[in-house]
Design a binder for this molecule. Sequence first.
Ligand code: LLP
Length: 415
Amino acid sequence: MRPDLIAAALSAARSVGTPFWLYEAEPIRQRVGQLSAFDCIRYAQKANSNTHILRLLRAMGVAVDAVSLGEIERALRAGYAPGTDAHEIVFTADIIDEATLARVLELGIPVNCGSPDMLRQLGRAGRGHPVWLRINPGFGHGHNRKTNTGGPSSKHGIWHEELEESLHLVDEYGLSLIGLHMHIGSGVDYAHLHRVCDSMLDAVRRVGRPLQAISAGGGLSVPYRPGEPEIDIAEYYAAWNETRLEAERITGSRLRLELEPGRYLVGNAGLLVAEIRAVKKVADNHFVLLDAGFSDLARPIIYGSHHEICFVTQVGQPVAGPILPIAVAGPLCEAGDVFTQHDGGFVEFRDLPLPEIGDIAVLRDAGAYGATMSSNYNTRPLAPEVLLDGGALSVIRKRQSIEQLLDLEADGGPL
Ligand code: LLP
């Protein structure tokens, strides 16, 4: 880890306490730059929806995706302009509730519909509203089967065989069709790239009418382990641009090429910083227990995801204890509260230097699906978020207090 980043983490730890999330602005900006060939980068804010991160992205011309009423309100708070022409915010989901329906109609936010039922509900409430169709092409992929959003076992998107019915609904309700969208999963391996592009062209042919845009969805992978390769963006863009050009020939319309990355923009730009609170020996096994658990970073327990972990002392030196097979775990009352897990398996004992109580543990590449997937399990408040930008640290979310948490249960009155 870079010395300046360690120094920033220690300085923030002294101010906000542990655990906390630390994000770096610069790598996020670099990632945006790497995708600049696309006409529109639409950030999937579910990866990290802090309004300060959204502001940073908006300042670079990045549009945003919202999947809930809360995410719409976040985008607005961050200064995103709603409106059918601006296209700054698009609502993407497989269902729409009444409150969200009212809000997208009021603000003119285009809706990316993942089910024929959504088209019906939207059409009944707001004739002429702009829509995208999210199509499940019949196959998918992801870093884990739980992040695979295509194929017959996925609840996501309009099944490709229902495309005609969906077009019929678009016409019946006079909805305005903006474009077609495919997102086959998260953490995708690009053996699937050409297959997705072919499916998109097939869908464009079947739609057979002018469109304004096509979207390649998100899913771009990032490295989590040392030496893991970066994906080749030039190759990825070339395949999609070729698809766009062919789709333009088919439809006779000029098409905007959109991309919807989450992890790619923020995944490698965040750390979870925690303090070591116990070092245990259980039979022959070594356990290091942190003050952060899966209520903070849930990816290992849910997907068996790998996050590199390094230990530093309170003065920023790498921990120099003997290298031993160590499991790094959290404080929660649940056996699965272990950060070092085998993919799809259970506790992994990883070769790490044995730290002492009071040392700091840094879990890397936690910028995507870290804070946004945290919970209050074991009545633990949400951890603060800190941003490092141009050498300056700022607290972009305070630590939730136990009082705030309990306040929601304050009255318990009759319905
Ligand atoms: N677009 C749609 C419609 C999505 O459902 C998603 C992610 C994205 C874009 C962004 O995907 P990305 O570029 O970040 O791969 N919690 C899991 C990931 C779940 C992804 C959900 N949808 C994880 O921690 O790996």
